[in-house]
Design a protein around this ligand. Structure first.
Ligand code: NAD
Ligand code: DAU
Length: 353
């Protein structure tokens, strides 16, 4: 049995759904179901006895101890986090709570469980922490991509809280000998991504005939990775990663934001043409994100060299699949974009006009 946290969120749910396509091993899925978590995404598993869903906050040590004692997992895959940079600017407290205190609480519960295992069980146990490239800060156009040895320089409350969690994981290995692994990944995209993030937000706004809000000059660069490729990288690291190591995960797809939005508009123009004009006509430049990191780029050669992992999707194939998925699953977007989400849109975008 493996224990997954945040398995009702974007990447966690994709991971759990992929896991059951390839494995019979049971999963206990621990998720608080915040605004970003959606039990409906896991519908194909609702009647699967090998999938145990527990609505639990990772800050709740008692509930975690009970889950560890009951299920005795051989591994923890830690996805749960507050993940949206703009929300961390408006309200950093939840980010410190879940990303730092929550990770600390989970590490302690895992360590308690680990201490009860026999020597072979302890050696085989893994705590895999899913982190981000944002902990490395911002690059200029001429800088080399982030490697595993790039110094940490987080710039937003989100990335600072993730950096804090990475340091805790490192220390739990160094001090207690717990077999940890950390992955630092670039921007994911694909099915089931909450429509507050760039790609699903642009698709949803385009189809609704609303403005496509590009922050600042639209020249910020992100490296894009299809979520299925991130899931396969995590499975490889879990199976064969060297204990105590960190692995960068990236798609070798550096794109300026404006380029991404243009490509999305072009794909929508082909598959869902407007009565007149192009979706590009809806692009609107809005006030920039405070402290907006200029460029992220990932050197993922360690993962390729040591574990033979490479992304299967190109940006073109991944984005085409993603647009198709959102066109076919608009009911999913309608479901997650609740009243609370509309309040967030008002908070984030009203002040950018
Ligand atoms: P998400 O916001 O879509 O999902 C987060 C999930 O965690 C939700 O299901 C939510 O309910 C759950 N959660 C939040 N607080 C919790 C708590 N206190 N207890 C239990 N569950 C809680 O996030 P995502 O985009 O799927 O990201 C997953 C992980 O991957 C995060 O750790 C994030 O930092 C990391 N990451 C994300 C990206 C990306 O591009 N999305 C890239 C690199 C790394
Ligand atoms: O790099 C990995 C990170 O990628 C993850 O750790 C985070 O959890 C994830 O949210 C993502 O962070 P970003 O801030 O890069 O993603 P976001 O989709 O919010 O924004 C991508 C870029 O698009 C960024 O430069 C800001 C810009 N943007 C975003 C939104 C929501 C816009 O121009 N307009 C928008 O409306």
């Amino acid at each position: 049995m493996i224990l997954v946290t945040g398995g009702a969120g974007f990447i966690g749910a994709n991971f759990v759904l992929d896991w059951f396509r390839q494995s019979d091993e049971p999963v206990v899925n621990v998720d608080k179901l915040t605004y970003a978590g959606n039990y409906g995404t896991l519908k194909p598993l609702h009647d699967n006895p090998r999938h145990v869903f527990a609505r639990v906050d990772i800050c709740d040590r008692t509930a975690l101890d009970t889950l560890f004692a009951e299920h005795r997992p051989r591994a923890v895959l830690h996805f749960a986090a507050e993940s949206h940079v703009d929300r961390s600017i408006h309200g950093p407290a939840d980010f410190v709570q879940t990303n730092v205190i929550g990770t600390f609480t989970l590490l302690e519960a895992a360590r308690q469980h680990w201490s009860t295992l026999d020597a072979a069980g302890q050696a085989a146990f893994r705590f895999l922490h899913v982190s981000t490239d944002e902990v490395f800060g911002s690059l200029s156009a001429a800088d080399q991509p982030f490697s595993e040895t790039t110094p940490y320089a987080p710039n937003s409350p989100y990335s600072a809280s993730k950096a804090g969690s990475d340091h805790l994981v490192r220390a739990w290995h160094h001090t207690y000998g717990m077999p940890t692994l950390t992955t630092n990944c670039s921007n994911n995209y694909g099915p089931y991504q909450f429509p507050e993030k760039l790609i699903p937000l642009m698709i949803a706004n385009a189809l609704a005939g609303e403005p496509l809000p590009v922050y600042g000059d639209g020249q910020n660069v992100r490296d894009w990775l299809y979520v299925g490729d991130h899931c396969s990288a995590i499975r490889e690291v879990l199976a064969r990663g060297r204990v105590g190591e960190t692995y960068n995960v990236g798609g070798w797809n550096e794109k300026k934001n404006l380029e991404v939005v243009h490509t999305l508009c072009d794909l929508l123009d082909q598959s869902r043409p407007k009565a007149a004009g192009s979706y590009r006509d809806q692009i609107t430049y809005v006030k920039d994100r405070p402290g907006h990191d200029r460029r992220y780029a990932i050197d993922a050669r360690k993962l390729e060299r040591e574990l033979g992992w490479k992304p299967a999707e190109t940006f073109e194939t991944g984005l085409a699949k993603t647009v198709r998925w959102y066109l076919d699953n608009q009911h999913w977007v309608d479901e997650v974009a609740s009243g609370d989400y509309r309040k967030w849109v008002e908070t984030n975008y009203a002040r950018r006009a």
